[in-house]
Design a protein around this ligand. Structure first.
Ligand SMILES: [Zn+2]
Length: 433
């Protein structure tokens, strides 16, 4: 079902005209209301009258997390604080969080975008939505919550943690839609196994997972283990929260960006140059309808590409590919760019290991070292050293083939790597210590 047929199926020309109109008004508003934006634009030699439509977007300066930090906490708000009805925050780089605000209308917009996302993934009125995203300053929990209500579904605001209780509630309430991080979905699947609960006996039909990058192979792993469809949702608090884009159940390939509210660009992260659709680079968003906290050309540090090809679901919005990594998650190992998601992709393709791993980077003298610890499957677990050695060599070979770097693969016993109840921490870089 398409939640907002009128906007989600706008012909490209009409959509771009709408984006242009909204962009012009946004630029005038931030120039008039936010001294920092005015200074940045003056410095770049661009004024509101230079922006006549989306073709002029590239003339505007970027906004970064550092700009948010400099204006902590409310310096980039464009409305007086008494019009702000909600504050959220995410972790910042230097201790102070990144703060965002919403007017009543922003909350309504966000609820609609999350309702669109859930509908995109096939959820509908009558669904029992088990919301295991964290509630609090993090946008995940409340964002999904308002969206599920707006859709008319029944929402269970369970938040994170206490996995056994979560599974009991899923059974008793006949939950049909699961919302959480992909790493927590795997954790739930594992605990179901320990409890002797057959996922096929549940009513769960679809999971809508986000808040951390995950690979295509991990999607398949979750689908197999939980016996559901696993779809991808994307968002970040600086832009609005979850509901910036979502995968559709019909296409199941790429996430439709809700382009009547957000203009997406892909740039070369080194030069800032805008790249054509199809090319991979850093994702940049301009929010064209937000009232309290709009952002202009916000650099997400997420790496992906835009897919302009039409989709069978009927939505005309461009899709973005799943996030392949972050510019700041990128590890440089002996001069080679390595994304944790690439290592995950290899591991998920190996039947004998479980989807639980950590990546440890260290330095031996002047040489970077890369070690991957991964749990072995219980059924395969063998004391026979030769078997284990052969397996770790095979994984090493596959990582070397894909990434071009050699690494050490250490197979560890089942259930020895710490489980995630939210965003998983999978990289330990000891080189910084
Ligand atoms: Zn689609």
């Amino acid at each position: 079902m398409i939640f907002n047929e009128e906007f989600e199926t706008l012909p490209r020309e009409a959509l771009e005209a709408l984006q242009s109109k909204r962009l012009v008004s946004l630029v005038q508003r931030v120039y008039d209301k936010v001294p920092y934006y005015r200074e940045q634009m003056d410095k770049a030699g661009v004024g509101p009258t230079d922006i006549k439509g989306i073709a002029d977007l590239h003339k505007l300066p970027f906004t970064t997390k550092e700009d948010l930090r400099l204006n902590y906490p409310f310096g980039l708000f464009t409305v007086p604080l008494d019009e702000v009805v909600r504050i959220h925050a995410s972790s910042g780089t230097t201790g102070k969080p990144t703060v965002v605000g919403y007017t009543q209308k922003d909350i309504e917009t966000w609820a609609e975008l999350m309702a669109r996302s859930l509908a995109c993934a096939g959820a509908h009125k009558g669904d029992m939505v088990h919301n295991a995203y964290g509630y609090g300053l993090f946008t995940g929990g409340l964002g999904a919550h308002y969206g599920a209500e707006r859709l008319g579904a029944t929402v269970i605001p369970v938040s994170g943690g206490n996995t056994k209780r979560q599974i009991m509630l899923m059974q008793d309430f006949a939950s049909s839609v699961l919302l959480c991080t992909p790493s927590y979905a795997l954790n739930i699947a594992e605990v179901m196994g320990e409890m002797g609960v057959d996922p096929a006996s549940l009513k769960l039909r679809v999971g809508i997972f986000g808040a951390e990058p995950w690979s295509q192979n991990m999607k398949e792993e979750i689908e197999k283990k939980l016996k559901i469809k696993a779809l991808n949702i994307y968002g970040l608090s600086e832009v609005i929260g979850p509901g910036v884009s979502c995968e559709c159940i019909e296409g199941e390939k790429g996430l439709h960006v809700f382009e009547d509210h957000f203009i997406a660009e892909i740039i070369n992260p080194d030069t800032g140059e805008v790249l054509p659709p199809g090319e991979t680079g850093e994702l940049v968003f301009t929010t064209i309808t937000k009232e309290a906290f709009p952002v202009v050309r916000y650099r997400t540090k997420d790496l992906t590409r835009l897919m302009p090809e039409p989709c069978q679901c009927g939505r005309t919005f461009y899709r973005m590919d799943r996030i392949m990594g972050r510019t700041d998650d990128m590890l440089i190992i002996r001069g080679v760019n390595v994304f944790p998601s690439q290592i995950e992709h290899v591991l998920m393709g190996v039947e004998e290991v479980e989807p639980h791993y950590i990546i440890i980077v260290d330095r031996d003298g002047t040489l970077d070292t890369l070690e991957v610890q991964v749990e072995i499957n219980e059924n395969i677990f063998s004391d026979e050293i030769k078997v284990l050695e052969g397996l770790s060599k095979r994984i090493q070979g596959e990582i070397k083939d894909l990434l071009g770097v050699s690494c050490k693969v250490k197979l560890v016993e089942p259930k020895t790597i710490q489980r995630s109840e939210g965003k998983a921490k999978r990289v330990i870089d000891n080189r910084k210590l």
